[in-house]
Design a binder for this molecule. Structure first.
Ligand code: SF4
Length: 235
């Protein structure tokens, strides 16, 4: 591809991604994810939501709040088994208790217990630090960078892959970093935009682009490769 063709293709991908955002926003409005919640609660939620429905995470967070354990020092004061019992509603509670403790230890040992010192690092530095922490993979790290630190990084989850795979907008390699890079290289580095976009993707994937998609009422149907492909259903 010549340079000018590459630039046109890149501009067109940017325009498509922004148009999809605009359509989803027009259809669903602002989603108001994690408004005003404290940083640590958001982080605990990001860890607890691994393989769990959000309603169960909320039950676990309620129990942590009632036990006054929603801070790194308070959580470290608990026995691991007691912490596991508190977060039982979120599932995989023994493993998640270990992950929460590993995160809290990192904050205590490397940042003097000051969560803001961790979260105020440069976004990529913060992301690397999180990825080096036990139990934090790329999706959880990006949840924390975006929703707790308010810094620009694009969260890629199964809903994102399903929706954009069906729309025919996907990277050459089906790998987390390739998906993240596709969004971040074609969209402005804007935490508010990424925050809202991810929330809208989840909303659309839950009520329209489900495993069995409801294409008839979908606001993206005219732009969807899977819905319009010759004889193909959505992937
Ligand atoms: S048209 Fe169907 S497959 Fe395509 S985005 Fe909409 S619901 Fe998903």
């Amino acid at each position: 591809m010549h340079d000018s063709s590459a630039v046109r293709a890149s501009n067109s991908a940017s325009a498509r991604l922004l148009e999809i955002f605009d359509r989803l926003l027009a259809a669903y409005g602002r989603q108001g994810w994690w408004p005003g919640s404290g940083g640590f609660e958001t982080i605990a939620g990001a860890i607890l939501t691994q393989s769990a429905a959000w309603s169960n995470v909320e039950r676990a967070l309620d129990r942590l709040r009632a036990a006054k354990a929603l801070a790194p020092d308070a959580m470290l004061a608990l026995d691991e088994s007691d912490l596991a019992e508190l977060i039982r509603p979120s599932g995989y509670y023994n493993s998640k208790a270990r992950k929460l403790i590993a995160f809290c230890r990192m904050v205590e040992e490397d940042f003097g217990g000051e969560l803001n010192s961790l979260l105020s690092q440069e976004p990529e530095e913060l992301r690397d630090r999180l990825l080096a922490t036990y139990g934090i993979g790329p999706e959880t790290a990006d949840d924390i960078v975006l929703y707790a630190a308010g810094a620009p990084t694009f969260v890629v989850d199964a809903y994102t892959r399903r929706l954009f795979g069906r729309l025919g907008i996907k990277p050459e390699r089906d790998e987390y970093e390739a998906w993240r890079s596709m969004f971040m290289s074609h969209l402005p580095r804007d935490a508010q935009l990424y925050n809202e976009y991810h929330a809208l993707i989840v909303r659309h994937a839950k009520i329209s682009c489900m495993k069995q998609p409801a294409c008839g009422a979908c606001v993206l149907s005219d732009a969807c490769v899977a819905a319009n492909g010759a004889g193909s259903g959505a992937a």
